[in-house]
Design a binder for this molecule. Structure first.
Ligand code: ASP
Length: 334
C-alpha cells in the first residue's frame, strides 16, 4: 500500500536511547551484543511505519538501560516538553528494558504535554529469531499518533499490550512478554495493529523541571533476620525508601533506627511484594509494624512500589521540594 500523502500523516519524534532493541554483535567480537544501531536502522526494519507517520529520528543516547542516568531522562523530558509545545503529534522512546519501567515513570512525572509518549524496547535483539523490536516499535508509533492516547501521560507498548507508566514493571528477565502491571493490568491492547484502550487514564501529579539539586536516595529491602547493616550507611543519604515486608513491616531491630532517620530525612514506607498497598492501621504488633513505623514519621508510600517511590522522592528533592511538599506529593499519589 502506498503511504498517504506526507502532509496527511501525523508527525512523531522517535528518540533512541539504546538497549537490546538497538543491539547487535560486532563482527570481530566474541558474539555478545552491545548498542550499535541508530534510530534510522530500527525504523528501516519496519517499512509499515511509513504508512503511519512521518518520523523525526534522534539518537539521543546509545547505551544499555543500566547506564542511563537521571540527568539523561531529565534531558529527554525537557526536549519532550519543548517539542509537545511546538506541536509534535506524539513521541516514541526506544531503550533498554532493564530500566524501562523507571524511565517511563520518571518521564511521566516530568512530562507536561498532552501528546502521547510511548516507551518501548525489545527482549530479543535484531539478530535473534523472532526479534520483537520491530513489532514493538510499530505498536509504539501507532499508539503515539493515536488521539485516544492523548492526555494519558507516558505509556509503555510491549508485546501488543499498553501499560501505564505508573503501574508497569519488568516481571521476567527474558520473556518477550516481560512487562506487566501487577495489581492493575494493561490499560489497552493492540488489536489488528491499532491501539484499543480499556480505560481512560488521568494524569499523575507533576514534578517541575529542572532537577538541578543533587540528592541521593536509595531503596533498602527488608529481608528475613536482616541486622540492617545498610541502615548505618543510609545516614549519608538525602532520602530513603524502605521496601518492607507485606503491608509495611520490617525486622523489629530496624524500627528505632528508621525512626531516627525519619527525623532527619524523608523515609518512605513501601511494600516489597510488587502489588498492593502499604496499610495504615491493621497491624499493631509493636516495633516494625506499619502503625509503629508511620507513628515514627515514615511517609506512607501507599500502593507505589519501591522503585517508583524512589524516583518520586528523588525528583522532588532534586527539584527543591521541602518536607511539606514531599508529604503532599506522596499523599496525592496514594
Ligand atoms: N540489557 C538490556 C538493556 O536494558 C536489556 C534489554 O534492553 O532488553 O539495555
Amino acid at each position: 500500500m502506498d503511504p498517504s500523502p506526507r502532509a496527511q500523516r501525523p508527525t512523531a519524534l522517535v528518540l533512541s536511547l539504546g538497549g537490546t532493541i538497538a543491539m547487535a554483535a560486532q563482527e570481530t567480537g566474541h558474539g555478545g551484543v552491545a548498542p550499535r544501531l541508530a534510530a534510522e536502522d530500527l525504523v528501516a526494519a519496519v517499512p509499515e511505519i511509513a504508512e503511519v507517520a512521518v518520523l523525526e529520528l534522534r539518537d539521543f543516547r546509545k547505551v544499555p538501560g543500566a547506564w542511563l542516568e537521571i540527568d539523561d531522562i531529565a534531558a529527554v523530558a525537557k526536549l519532550l516538553n519543548e517539542q509537545a509545545a511546538a506541536g509534535t503529534t506524539g513521541f516514541v522512546i526506544t531503550q533498554g528494558t532493564d530500566t524501562l519501567e523507571e524511565v517511563a515513570y520518571l518521564l511521566d512525572l516530568l512530562y507536561e504535554g498532552a501528546a502521547p509518549v510511548v516507551v518501548t524496547g525489545a527482549m530479543r535483539n535484531a539478530q535473534m529469531a523472532g526479534a520483537d523490536g520491530p513489532a514493538n516499535l510499530l505498536a509504539a508509533v501507532r499508539t503515539a499518533v493515536s488521539t485516544q492516547a492523548r492526555d494519558m501521560g507516558v505509556l509503555v507498548a510491549f508485546a501488543d499490550e499498553l501499560h501505564a507508566a505508573r503501574h508497569v514493571q519488568k516481571t521476567h528477565s527474558t520473556s518477550p512478554s516481560a512487562f506487566s502491571s501487577p495489581g492493575a493490568g494493561p490499560i489497552g491492547h493492540l488489536v489488528e495493529g491499532q491501539p484499543r484502550f480499556h480505560f481512560a487514564l488521568g494524569r499523575s501529579p507533576h514534578v517541575a523541571l529542572p532537577l538541578d539539586r543533587r540528592a541521593s536516595v536509595e531503596v533498602l529491602e527488608a529481608t528475613l533476620g536482616s541486622e540492617g547493616a545498610f541502615l548505618q550507611a543510609a545516614k549519608s543519604l538525602e532520602g530513603l525508601v524502605v521496601a518492607a515486608f507485606g503491608a509495611g513491616h520490617v525486622p523489629q531491630t530496624w524500627a528505632p533506627q528508621l525512626g531516627d532517620l525519619a527525623s532527619r530525612i524523608p523515609v518512605v514506607l513501601t511494600s516489597r511484594t510488587g502489588a498492593g498497598s502499604v496499610l495504615t492501621g491493621t497491624y499493631d504488633f509493636g516495633p516494625g509494624s506499619e502503625t509503629d513505623l508511620l507513628g515514627r514519621g515514615l511517609i506512607n508510600g501507599g500502593h507505589m512500589g519501591p522503585r517508583k517511590a524512589r524516583l518520586l522522592l528523588l525528583a522532588l528533592l532534586r527539584s527543591g521540594a521541602d518536607q511539606a511538599a514531599i508529604q503532599a506529593a506522596f499523599a496525592a499519589h496514594r
